[in-house]
Ligand binder design. Sequence first.
Ligand code: FDP
Length: 315
Amino acid sequence: MITLSDWLAAQNVDARLASVMTSMANASIEIAAVLRHAAITGQTGLAGHTNVQGEDQKALDVISNDIVLNHIRQNPEISILISEELDEAVHIENQGAYLVATDPLDGSSNLDVNVTVGTIFSILDARKGLLQPGSAQLGAGYAAYGPATSFVITFGPTAAAFTLDDQAVFVLTTERLNVPAASAEYAINTARERLWDDATKGYVAENVAGETGVTGKRYNMRWIGSMVADVHRILMRGGIFMYPLDSENAAKGGRLRLLYEGNPMALLVAAAGGKSTTGQQSVLDVVPTDIHQRVPVVLGSADEVARVEVWYAKG
Ligand code: FDP
């Protein structure tokens, strides 16, 4: 059995960077415990305020944010926190070399129905400022709180998955994630079809046509509605996840947040052999102009993302 700490010690990474992963793992273990009992302790439901995106905050969003902030404050290697739940970046009074950007509880609309949600995070060099492209990430990961709690991380070249055991220890369960280039599974909120651009409509129409269309193969659709859960499935068995620009979200730049949703997931998918695109460029190449910037996100199996790119190239 290889634990997360065994695995981290064996990686060729700075021990201070490894400690950031440990802090996020410890925060995730604590959040998993809160979620397990939230329905019993009455911690579900709204907290009564809205976050910076104008969305209602759930009690568990606030609790998860506090847990992450607490673990980050205890680690002197981290000097900046960017969180979906906080309007401004938090500058911590220390010399820490690392910045963490996080969505402490992603997929909150699934909270009250006991469907997988997660914590997503990105690690950057704090000295290089708040607005760095995803290609500058030093590491990234997420915890998926499902039937088991998974912790999936990368320092760049490869991605590994751990599963939480009964002793609250993360155990290595997949050493090298591999997103197969070919897949016949796609994930998109099809209720938004009338709002889509021509590229998204064209790509999805080909999939729906299945073996009678140009791809000559039958596709299946899966949409959990928590990015963490949908991307976790893709990292484990392939497929494509799409939250494209559409006529409704275009004014905001898309739906998902670049720094703590698009970038970390794009880095993990790239480490596992997959690809990402906004439709115009790799998600990892977008230079942010705001810490809460939104971006179109398409990621997953390389052949499928390439098909989407072909559609966008048609203009
Ligand atoms: P949520 O608002 O529930 O936090 O982060 C945004 C997100 O969930 C993603 O996790 C998820 O993929 C997407 O929004 C779901 O969007 P739809 O409501 O369009 O299904």
